[in-house]
Design a protein around this ligand. Structure first.
Ligand code: ZN
Length: 249
């Protein structure tokens, strides 16, 4: 039985997010760390971000295609072999029963040990960012699909055999309980994010990402095994609220 601590690496994981760059902004350091250790990761992108620009040269269709290409490149950089696009419209996402069923179908098909998703309760960050409604909707639908729906034998048998997700890693949360050390992969995260050229243009995103990862590392509790001083914090971290759906030993 696994322990879902900061050193845990699942055998398989599914990241369910609203937009093609959401995973890169939030959890890509953890994803890269896990794939390097042999974890098979699937990205499920509920929309292809087809409203996400102020650049009039795009149509919704051409923007979706461009952003799908960007996330495929990013996935390659992160060692992720499977990217699933559900094709919903950007800025219109609602956590309906139909969406929950779509996600249960994907969970039952690919059978991830861990699901990663956004915190559906995180409406405000500081006084500068109101969370995108699609992020909240995606997080809510993903949580509902991971638990309890995917594991219920009598529920929706046509969507595949039931599957028990062991843990959900909830990102962008005001109530984290686990900090993953991403010092070895934060540069890979920045490289993956930089593939999203329709979103970043020529902007150098590294200072923002490094700053966030340093802030999270400072917030993390000191860990044992730091040599002479006895305890240490990582230099860079990503924070999660880990919900343990499987009993640990
Ligand atoms: Zn987004």
């Amino acid at each position: 039985m696994p322990r879902f601590d900061a050193d845990y690496v699942p055998r398989s994981a599914m990241a369910i997010y609203a937009h093609p760059d959401d995973i890169e902004f939030t959890v890509a350091g953890t994803v890269a760390k896990w794939t390097e250790a042999g974890c098979e990761v699937t990205f499920v992108l509920i929309t292809s971000g087809n409203a996400g620009t102020h650049d009039r040269k795009f149509t919704r269709k051409s923007l979706a295609r461009a952003r799908e290409r960007e996330v495929r490149e990013s996935a390659r950089i992160l060692g992720v072999s499977r990217v699933v696009f559900l094709g919903h419209d950007d800025c219109e996402l609602v956590p309906t029963l139909a969406l929950r069923k779509e996600l249960v179908r994907r969970i039952r098909r690919h059978r991830p040990e861990v699901v990663l998703c956004n915190d559906p309760q995180a409406l405000f960050f500081d006084d500068r960012y109101v969370n995108h409604p699609d992020h909240l909707a995606a997080g809510k639908a993903a949580l509902e699909a991971a638990f309890p729906c995917a594991e219920m034998e009598l529920l929706w048998p046509a969507l595949g055999p039931p599957h028990k997700v062991h843990a959900v890693y909830v990102s962008s949360t005001p109530a984290p309980n686990t900090w993953v050390d991403v010092a070895a992969t934060v540069e890979t995260k920045i490289a993956a994010l930089s593939a999203h050229r329709t979103q970043l243009g020529e902007r150098d995103i590294a200072p923002l990402i490094l700053g966030w990862a340093m802030d999270e590392a400072r917030r993390s509790p000191p860990r044992k095994g730091g040599g002479k001083r006895g305890a240490r914090r990582p230099e860079f971290a990503e924070a999660f609220r880990v919900m343990r759906l499987l009993r640990e030993e």
